[in-house]
Design a protein around this ligand. Structure first.
Ligand code: BYC
Ligand code: FE
Ligand code: FE
Length: 470
C-alpha cells in the first residue's frame, strides 16, 4: 500500500479504515507537537531545512527532498510491505505463521520491548536539542535536523503499535513516552545512555556512530519478531537508521582528517592551539561513547533475552541466515567474562547469552568504521591508531560493572583506575576545550576549523547549498 499523504497522519496502514484508532492517534498528535516544540531543536523551528521525506517503503525506496519547516514535517506511520505467508523464524513457535495480533500471554513482555525502543527515540532528540546553536556548517546542521525528525518519527512508529495493539495500557504508555525527559532526576528516560548529555558536536558525532548503531542491532533483532507489525515497522526504521550512522562515521572521519591536516601543517601532535582536536582526545571520546553504548545491550547472561527469544518476540541479528536449529535448546556460546580476578572465555547456554551474541556482532561492526578512520590517519602520513577499548572498560551494566578494567583489558584496583581515568576518558577541562571550539558557522559552504568539509553534498546538491535557510 502506498503512503497516503492526504491524511492528517500520513500512513500506509489504511488508518482511515479504522476510525477508532485514527481518532486515538489524532488525539495523541497535539501532545506530540507540544513535546516537539518544547523539547525539539531549539531556535530553528521556523527555519526552512532541506529535509528528506519518505515517499515509499521498499528497500530501494525513493524519497523526496525539499525545504520544510520542522514542525511541518509529515511525521507518519510507515511499515515495510508485508511478506506474504511469513513464518516465525525462531523460538518455540518456529515454523508457525507470524502473528498480526499480540498473543495475550506475551502482551506484557512485548509491550515492554516496544516501550523501551520507543523511549530512546525522543530521548535522543532531547539530548541533541541545543546543538543547532553551535553547528560547524549548514550541511551539518541539516543532517542534525534530519536525524532529529526521523528519531521523532521512530517514536510515532512505536506509538502506533501501542495504540493499535495494546489497548488502554498502550495509550497510557504512549502518553508516558511524551512525559519522560532525558536526564531528568524524577522522570528519566529508561536506558542509561539516553540520560547522558550530548554536550558538543564531537559527542554527537560519536553518538550517531556508536549509539545509533545499537539502534541498528536492536531494530534488526526486533525486525525478526513473530509479531509482524513490529517486524515490519522496524524493517522500515532500519532504512532511516543507515543515514544516522553515515552522519557519525563520516563526521568523525572528517574531524580526524582535519586534525591530521593541522598536525602536518604545524608539525605537532598538539593541535589544540590551532583550533583542532588532538587524536588522543578523539580516542577518549571514542572510549566513552563505545562503552556507554555497549551497556545498551544488557547483561552478558540474561533470562529476559532468553525468554524474548523463546517467545518469538526478539530474534538474533540475521536470524534466518544462521545455520542452527533457531531454538537454541542445546547450543553453547563462549562469553568473555571476569572470573575470580581473571578474564576468561566461558562456554554456556547460547540461549542465555543472546545479549552478548548481539553485542559481539556490534563490536565487529563498530571496528569497521574505526579501521576506516585509521586509514584516513595513515593516508595523511600520521603515525597513530584509534582503537576500540576492551569491552569491559567503563561499564555500568553486566558482569564488568563490578570491576575496573583498563582500555587494554587489564583488571585494576579502583584506586589505580581513578588515578588513570583522565588518560582514558575526556576530563572536564578537555570537554570545556572542545566546547570552546564549538562556534557556529552559518555561511553556506564554510566549515568550522576543527572539522573537514564532507566529500559531497546531500542528494547531489553542492556543498555550498543553502541546506538551512536563514
Ligand atoms: N540501562 O536481562 P538484562 C536506538 C535493565 S537504541 C538501564 O541484562 P535485557 C536509538 C533491564 O531492563 C536501541 N537499565 O537486560 C539510538 C533489566 O531490568 P529488570 C533501543 C538497563 O532486558 C540512537 C535489568 O537491567 N532499543 O534505537 O535482556 C538514537 C537486567 O537486564 C540497561 C532497545 O533497547 C541499561 N543500559 O536487555 C535513537 C530494544 N540494560 O528486568 C534511538 C528493546 C539493561 O531487572 N530493549 N537494563 O527490571 C531490549 O531489548 C532490552 O530491554 C535491553 C536490555 C537490550 C535494553
Ligand atoms: Fe531511531
Ligand atoms: Fe537513529
Amino acid at each position: 500500500m502506498p503512503i497516503d499523504y492526504s491524511q492528517k497522519i500520513p500512513n500506509n496502514v489504511n488508518l482511515a479504515g479504522d476510525r477508532r484508532l485514527q481518532r486515538a492517534l489524532e488525539q495523541w498528535q497535539p501532545g506530540f507537537l507540544d513535546w516537539w516544540m518544547e523539547m525539539g531543536p531549539i531556535g530553528f523551528q521556523n527555519r526552512e531545512v532541506y529535509l528528506r521525506t519518505a515517499t515509499s517503503v521498499d528497500a530501494q525506496g525513493w524519497a523526496t527532498f525539499g525545504h520544510v519547516r520542522m514542525p511541518e514535517y509529515r511525521w507518519g506511520i510507515f511499515l515495510a510491505e508485508p511478506e506474504p505467508e511469513r513464518k516465525i523464524a525462531f523460538g518455540a513457535h518456529r515454523g508457525e505463521p507470524a502473528w498480526s495480533e499480540v498473543p495475550g500471554e506475551y502482551r506484557a513482555a512485548l509491550r515492554r520491548l516496544v516501550v523501551t525502543q520507543g523511549d530512546t527515540e525522543p530521548a535522543s532528540v532531547e539530548q541533541q536539542r541545543h546543538l543547532g546553536a553551535t553547528s560547524p556548517s549548514l550541511y551539518d546542521l541539516r543532517n542534525l535536523f534530519q536525524v532529529n525528525v526521523e528519531e521523532a518519527r521512530h517514536l510515532w512508529a512505536m506509538v502506533y503499535l501501542l495504540h493499535a495493539h495494546f489497548g488502554r495500557d498502550g495509550r497510557e504508555e504512549a502518553e508516558a513516552l511524551l512525559r519522560r525527559r532525558s536526564g531528568d532526576s524524577d522522570n528519566p528516560r529508561i536506558l542509561g545512555a539516553f540520560n547522558e548529555p550530548t554536550p558538543d558536536w564531537l559527542a554527537y558525532l560519536m553518538f550517531t556512530y556508536f549509539t545509533d548503531r545499537d539502534g541498528k542491532y536492536q531494530l534488526a533483532s526486533l525486525a525478526e519478531s513473530a509479531f509482524d507489525p513490529l517486524a515490519r515497522t522496524c524493517r522500515f526504521m532500519l532504512t532511516e537508521e543507515a543515514h544516522h550512522m553515515f552522519v557519525g562515521e563520516t563526521g568523525v572521519g572528517r574531524v580526524v582528517k582535519r586534525t591530521c591536516e593541522l598536525m602536518r601543517e604545524h608539525d605537532t601532535d598538539a593541535v589544540g592551539r590551532f583550533g583542532g582536536i588532538d587524536l588522543k582526545l578523539i580516542q577518549k571520546y571514542l572510549n566513552f561513547h563505545f562503552s556507554v553504548s555497549l551497556d545498551l545491550f544488557g547483561s552478558e547472561l540474561s533470562t529476559n533475552a532468553a525468554n524474548y527469544f523463546t517467545m518469538g518476540l526478539k530474534g538474533r541479528f540475521n536470524e534466518e541466515s544462521r545455520d542452527d536449529d533457531h531454538r537454541l535448546d542445546t547450543a553453547q556460546y563462549a562469553v568473555e567474562r571476569p572470573v575470580e580476578g581473571r578474564i576468561e572465555r566461558c562456554e554456556g547456554p547460547a540461549l542465555l547469552a543472546l545479549n552478548e551474541t548481539l553485542r559481539d556482532s556490534y563490536v565487529v561492526d563498530s571496528a569497521r568504521g574505526v579501521a576506516r578512520w585509521n586509514k584516513i590517519i595513515r593516508d595523511a602520513g600520521v603515525d597513530f591508531e584509534l582503537r576500540l577499548p576492551h569491552r569491559g572498560f567503563n561499564r555500568k551494566i553486566g558482569d564488568w560493572s563490578a570491576l575496573r578494567i583498563t582500555p587494554q583489558g587489564e583488571i585494576v584496583s579502583t584506586a589505580e583506575w581513578d588515578a588513570h581515568a583522565g588518560e582514558w576518558l575526556p576530563t572536564r577541562e578537555e570537554r570545556e576545550f572542545v566546547g570552546s571550539l564549538m562556534r557556529p558557522v552559518t555561511e553556506p559552504g564554510k566549515f568550522a576549523g576543527w572539522i573537514a568539509p564532507p566529500a559531497r553534498g546531500i542528494n547531489h546538491q553542492p556543498i555550498e547549498f543553502e541546506y538551512v535557510k536563514s
